[in-house]
Design a binder for this molecule. Structure first.
Ligand code: ADP
Ligand code: ZN
Length: 226
């Protein structure tokens, strides 16, 4: 079973809750891989692999890609050696079936999830965040045209990279993603609460404040922190 030294973390929460932002900060702190199924799928779309070609239409609509595909992606990723000490999963699991399969994938390797943190944000705020969202092509940093613009205008103020709007960050797709979230992903909170793994945090405050709340939940792991 999992030892104290692993940090197998799942971030739950609706699109736009800030999971990716928090995961990127945690990955620096803990030197653990950030596994975002959305990012893996977007990379496949960009490279026009058979998977990417198949996934693009569904993703643009705001629908889910099939469980079999994403479970396969995650299983393969979790077997890489950089996941030995732990990982930060963002955007997976998104359905009950994915959650059950994740548990099995870990179990056969003598592992288990250590923490599930659900980041909660009200629907109106999510819509406003996502429709103005811009991301950096080079480093993935997120901005918001209205609330959090880049100091360098249309370039990333972190690395100077090009900023772009995701094809699925429009209002129609966003409404669909929120419906899908409520119907298929929100029930995972109860699933993880039953295993006493779930902690819920408010995702509306400052990025640093939310980060502190997450670090409090993860407890004293000073030996890990940068
Ligand atoms: P969001 O901001 O909507 O949370 P993500 O980057 O996590 O965006 O995912 C973008 C899209 O990729 C989703 O709308 C979905 O089409 C697909 N996707 C990502 N993760 C999964 C998953 N675990 N299961 C099915 N589809 C997924
Ligand atoms: Zn950048």
């Amino acid at each position: 079973m999992t030892t104290e030294r692993t940090l197998n973390l799942v971030l739950l929460g609706p699109p736009g809750a800030g999971k990716g932002t928090q995961a990127k900060m945690l990955t620096t702190c803990f030197k653990l891989p950030h596994i975002s199924t959305g990012e893996i799928l977007r990379a496949a779309v960009k490279e026009q692999t058979p998977l990417g070609i198949k996934a693009k239409e569904l993703m643009d609509m705001g629908a889910l890609v099939s469980d079999e595909i994403v479970i396969g992606i995650v299983e393969e990723r979790l077997t890489k050696s950089d996941c030995e000490k732990g990982f930060i999963l963002d955007g997976f699991p998104r359905t009950l079936h994915q959650a059950v399969e994740l548990k099995k994938i870990l179990l056969v390797r003598g592992k288990a999830i250590d923490h599930v943190i659900s980041v909660e944000v009200a629907k109106d705020e999510l819509l406003a965040r996502i429709t103005g969202r811009l991301s950096c092509h080079s480093c993935g940093k997120g901005f918001n045209q209205v609330f959090d613009p880049s100091a360098s205008g249309d370039k990333c103020d972190g690395c100077g990279g090009e900023l772009y709007q995701r094809d699925d960050d429009n209002e129609d797709s966003m409404r669909m993603r929120l419906d899908v979230y409520e119907q298929q992903t929100a029930p995972l909170a109860a699933y993880y609460a039953d295993d006493s793994l779930l902690r819920t945090i408010n995702g509306s405050g400052s990025i640093e404040g939310i980060q502190r709340n997450i670090l409090d939940i993860l407890g004293n792991r000073s030996e890990w922190i940068c």
